[in-house]
Design a protein around this ligand. Structure first.
Ligand code: ATP
Length: 235
């Protein structure tokens, strides 16, 4: 089976995330897409966030109507070591690195399964700065949700140095839109050129904080959850 792994902060999950997962599923015949909220995202250390449990709950709500979409606890805080009767504590304080998550997830897969790592172009731009990025490319194929204005050269140039083609080789890519496939030594990328849902979690949080309408880019059940729990008002 083709399986997608889609990590993020999901603070909150919005229509842009779901659009990317839907397009990837439909184009690559994914039998399952696992949405993995990160307990401690390595790239957003200073940002105040809703708790892991709120973010996971919103992912569960936003994915419940799609049979192929599943919320995943792969990057959940480790509460197993809490003694019985005491309040469970978040004992896992280190960031969740994608390479660890991918390796852990792969142990649960069958030999015939094919794993795809789903990511948006804005996150992909920084992939070279991630922990052990070459390892992630080694372990799975990438599906990158692009946006208008990005070229194939932007994608190739964002690759970690060891995988990046020489500048001369990517020159012809500058005029090509970020669409189609890119097969390189050590990396296989599939580019989705038409994911164009202008949602952003930052903009949604900002709208809530400033008491503006915030529901346009959210599943109504997620909007209701945010309202009921008073999320993002005081950020
Ligand atoms: P924030 O605004 O807080 O930085 P975000 O909306 O970018 O958040 P994340 O949870 O950080 O959301 O993103 C998870 C993944 O979804 C990333 O790979 C990101 O590139 C992708 N993504 C985010 N917004 C969109 C969108 N509108 N369309 C397609 N992909 C998106």
């Amino acid at each position: 089976m083709n399986i997608g792994l889609f990590g993020g902060t999901f603070d909150p999950i919005h229509k842009g995330h779901v659009a990317l997962a839907r397009t990837a599923r439909d184009q690559f015949n994914l039998g399952r897409v696992e949405f993995v909220p990160s307990n401690i995202p390595p790239h957003k250390p200073q940002q105040p966030m809703a708790s892991y449990f709120h973010r996971y709950a919103m992912v569960a709500l936003a994915t419940m109507s799609e049979k192929t979409f599943l919320p995943s606890l792969l990057e959940a805080p480790d509460i197993t070591s809490a003694t019985s009767g005491s309040r469970p504590q978040d004992r896992k304080k280190s960031p969740n690195y994608s390479i660890d998550t991918v390796l852990r997830f792969k142990k649960t897969l069958k030999k015939a399964d094919r794993l795809f790592f789903l990511i948006g172009i804005d996150a992909f731009k920084d992939i070279a700065k991630w922990y052990e990025p070459e390892g992630i490319f080694r372990e799975c194929e990438f599906i990158v949700g692009s946006r208008p204005g990005y070229s194939l050269a932007d994608v190739a140039n964002a690759l970690p140095e060891k995988l990046r083609p020489k500048a001369a080789a990517t020159k012809p890519f500058a005029k090509q839109p970020a669409d189609g496939d890119l097969a390189l030594t050590g990396a296989t990328l599939h580019l989705l050129g038409d994911v164009n849902e202008k949602a952003s979690a930052t903009a949604i949080r900002q709208a809530i904080k400033t008491k503006r309408s915030f529901t346009k880019f959210l599943d109504p059940v997620v909007a209701e959850y945010i309202r009921k729990n008073g999320l993002y008002k005081g950020l």
